[in-house]
Design a protein around this ligand. Structure first.
Ligand SMILES: CC(C)(COP(=O)(O)OP(=O)(O)OC[C@H]1O[C@@H](n2cnc3c(N)ncnc32)[C@H](O)[C@@H]1OP(=O)(O)O)[C@@H](O)C(=O)NCCC(=O)NCCS
Length: 188
């Protein structure tokens, strides 16, 4: 099972570190344009945590290996999702887990549409979007992937609460593991 954590503004440095692991081509696929490190840093510093939701997956070394940004547009009831997974960690289901978690968060907040914008050449992303049930609209080299979201329900809210609890348990277990196996102070 893949555990997805909800990220907060204090984790901006981890987000920047993760995004820097993306190759120039990955950055173009993620943001639609080539992004230098400075642009990535600006992007991270501008994420509005009072409005949007950000989710992440941590690796065994506790570095952030995947991230989803759910940008929420209250006026249009649109939730726009952007995803990235570190190159060395792909193909393990992290992308789909982040997409599903982003979708659940939009459902429980009453959003009606999930939206993803990607380049038509991004075969992995179009495959993932279709697998998650999003409808693809392809136009001039670009793809808009859309999903009409189910209405929020007590079951969806309960599912999100359970996922958050599992994520919290995962953090605590990893923390305890670190404490148990840390080298005693003064040990050679
Ligand atoms: C898109 C991305 C997030 C996927 O991450 P991931 O962790 O590898 O995703 P998953 O492991 O959940 O799924 C990958 C799927 O793509 C499939 N895949 C791999 N290479 C593929 C290819 N060339 N063509 C089509 N599908 C491909 C895998 O088989 C897998 O599908 P399956 O589970 O049905 O077998 C990652 O590739 C990435 O960060 N890319 C750069 C940024 C980007 O493109 N972001 C999306 C735009 S917002």
């Amino acid at each position: 099972m893949v555990t997805v954590q909800k990220l907060s503004s204090v984790q901006r440095p981890e987000m920047f570190r993760h995004l820097k692991t993306l190759t120039p081509e990955d950055r173009r696929l993620r943001f639609g344009t080539y992004m230098l490190d400075g642009a990535l840093q600006q992007y991270v510093s501008r994420i509005d945590f009072t409005r949007d939701k950000v989710f992440g997956i941590f690796g065994d070394d506790r570095s952030l290996v995947g991230m989803a940004h759910v940008a929420l547009d209250r006026n249009r009831q649109y939730a726009e999702l952007g995803l990235s997974v570190a190159p060395a960690q792909r193909g393990k289901g992290y992308g789909l887990a982040l997409l599903n978690r982003g979708q659940l968060s939009a459902v429980t907040r009453g959003y009606t549409t999930l939206f993803m914008h990607c380049l038509a050449e991004n075969k992995i992303m179009t495959h993932l979007a279709q697998k998650a049930g999003l409808k693809l609209v392809i136009e001039q080299g670009e793809v808009d992937a859309l999903l009409e979201l189910e209405a929020t329900s007590p079951a969806a809210v309960a599912r999100e609460a359970i996922e958050d609890q599992l994520a919290l348990a995962d953090v605590m277990i990893r923390q305890q593991f670190t404490w148990l196996y840390r080298r005693p102070l003064g040990a050679a």
